[in-house]
Design a binder for this molecule. Structure first.
Ligand code: F0G
Length: 481
């Protein structure tokens, strides 16, 4: 919720109070440099004790509600038949309308099961955009991801309200080209993560569903960020301003054959699930669940997390909860843009994204501008962001880099975790970095793992620019912070 102050300013209002806190630490710049060198210029390899604001991700880092914590205390520990599972299944049915729920330990486990059950070598899977783990599982099963995004999707300074839409014409052409028998499902990702947390519209989902249904192809919905997409539909799509988040979610689900989610984001827990009302799809996936995850009533989660997810799924429909991240993201992005920093617009659902190709135009993509931006943000602020560009894109079969469509540094906003002054601090240090961007140079790989290289890869700065940057920072702010 945004509130207008008497001086005309508008600010996002926290509709919760903080009753448990965790101390954080702001290491001085010289210490940040040592930590970054130790982490091989990869923010994934930093320890949290060296991080001031952890904006690496909003996954598993959201503040839980008192009701979630309370529910964890009444978890029913059982290998089979746990009451906790039935409470989760009831919540899914009530909020999302599906008969069957298959719990899994997190979102990528759902992707593994879906890919195992549906994708055969030679298949293609059309989607509005890929997510790293989704693509990895489809590839591992011999399938190919086809991204059917619209022309608006890659405009990082765009104004289109639904840059996560699928190009429906391209979907028709793809099905005609490959044949429906080679398209096991069409996937739509809510609040499309890798293109800046951009939502799709209800109208677009309906059109995609209509095309898929004509050919008997199931629609799979990645709802890891479902409440954010629903919140943005309510704000941006004509006819939805007076609908509740629950009503919008139910309308979205009326188009969906198989739903899955990482429960670590919108649901503020640490698990995942697949849900469907189709007996056939349920029957296809169920046998694999105990092989990879656990029995069908816990799926690799602790029953405490199953309880937290059940409450989290109900709370996703609350307007203040659904907006708790989105409204802070909007403020963050608007403040960055006001300071001249090339943040991705319009603001998306999970993070402020900064366009590294506009921030660091002197760094060619082969030298990983988004990686350089993420590391320099940490050096200038102690804020940990995530590279979402060529480092996060695995090389082709010959080992050659595949240049990413976008080079972004993602500053995720975990829900209900950070305050306005912490956001202001991040904005200010990014503005300082932008003024000193000429000091930042590229990176090269020192160690490259064979798959999802961004997790454990180690890089090195070209020309040792980290030291130069820290020297400039200390000249302006001293050696204490
Ligand atoms: N789908 C989407 C849209 C996601 O954003 C994620 C995770 C997953 C699937 C996989 O779920 O992590 O529970 O296995 N996104 C995290 C992130 C990792 O940082 O954006 P998971």
């Amino acid at each position: 919720m945004y509130v207008r102050l008497s001086d005309g300013r508008e600010i996002p209002m926290e509709m919760h109070k903080v009753r448990i806190v965790q101390k954080t630490n702001l290491p001085p710049a010289a210490q940040r440099l040592a930590a970054m060198e130790g982490a091989g210029y990869n923010t994934f390899l930093l320890r949290t004790r060296d991080v001031f604001l952890d904006m690496l991700t909003d996954s598993g880092t959201n503040a839980m509600s008192d009701n979630q914590l309370g529910a964890m205390m009444v978890a029913d520990d059982a290998y089979a038949g746990s009451e906790s599972f039935y409470r989760l299944q009831d919540a899914v049915k009530e909020v999302l309308g599906f008969e069957h729920t298959l719990p899994v330990h997190q979102g990528r486990a759902a992707e593994n099961l879906l890919s195992k059950a549906f994708v055969k070598p030679g298949d293609v899977v059309p989607m509005n955009y890929h997510f790293t783990t989704t693509k990895a599982h489809i590839d591992l099963n011999g399938g190919q991801v086809l991204e059917l995004y619209t022309d608006e999707a890659m405009k990082t300074d765009g104004t289109h309200p639904f840059r996560g839409n699928m190009d429906v014409q391209k979907l028709k052409e793809t099905i005609a080209e490959y044949g429906a028998e080679h398209v096991p499902f069409v996937r739509m990702e809510a609040t499309t993560n890798l293109i800046g947390g951009q939502p799709f519209s209800m109208a677009n989902l309906r059109e995609v569903k209509a095309v898929a249904a004509t050919h008997g192809i199931p629609l799979v919905f990645d709802g890891s960020l479902i409440s954010e997409n629903a919140f943005l539909i309510r704000q941006r799509e004509a006819g939805y301003a007076d609908k509740s988040i629950g009503e919008i979610m139910a309308e979205l689900m009326s188009c969906v054959d198989i739903f899955y989610m990482s429960g670590r984001k919108s649901a503020a827990a640490r698990g995942g699930l697949i849900a469907t009302s189709s007996e056939e799809y349920y029957g296809r996936i169920l046998p694999w669940l105990p092989v990879y995850e656990g029995f069908a009533t816990y799926g690799g989660m602790s029953t405490k997390e199953v309880e937290a997810m059940a409450v989290g799924i109900r709370e996703m429909t609350d307007l203040d909860t659904a907006g708790s991240g989105v409204e802070f993201v909007r403020y963050f992005v608007e403040r960055l843009v006001a300071r001249g920093v090339p943040a991705v617009t319009p603001p998306g659902g999970l993070a402020a994204h900064v366009d590294a190709m506009r921030f660091l135009p002197h760094i060619p993509q082969e030298e990983y501008p988004a990686g350089a931006l993420a590391t320099s943000i940490y050096l200038a602020s102690g804020v940990r962001s995530m590279e979402r560009g060529t480092v996060s894109t695995d090389p082709d079969e010959s080992g050659k880099d595949v240049l990413a469509d976008l080079e972004l540094a993602r500053l995720a906003v975990p829900r209900r975790v950070y305050t306005m002054s912490q956001i202001e601090y991040a904005v200010d240090r990014l503005a300082w970095l932008y003024a000193h961007r000429h000091l930042v140079k590229g990176l090269k790989f020192a160690h490259q793992p064979p798959v999802l290289r961004f997790f454990f890869g180690r890089l090195a700065p070209l020309e040792d620019w980290g030291r130069e940057l820290v020297r400039a920072f200390e000249a302006d702010f001293g050696t204490e912070c």
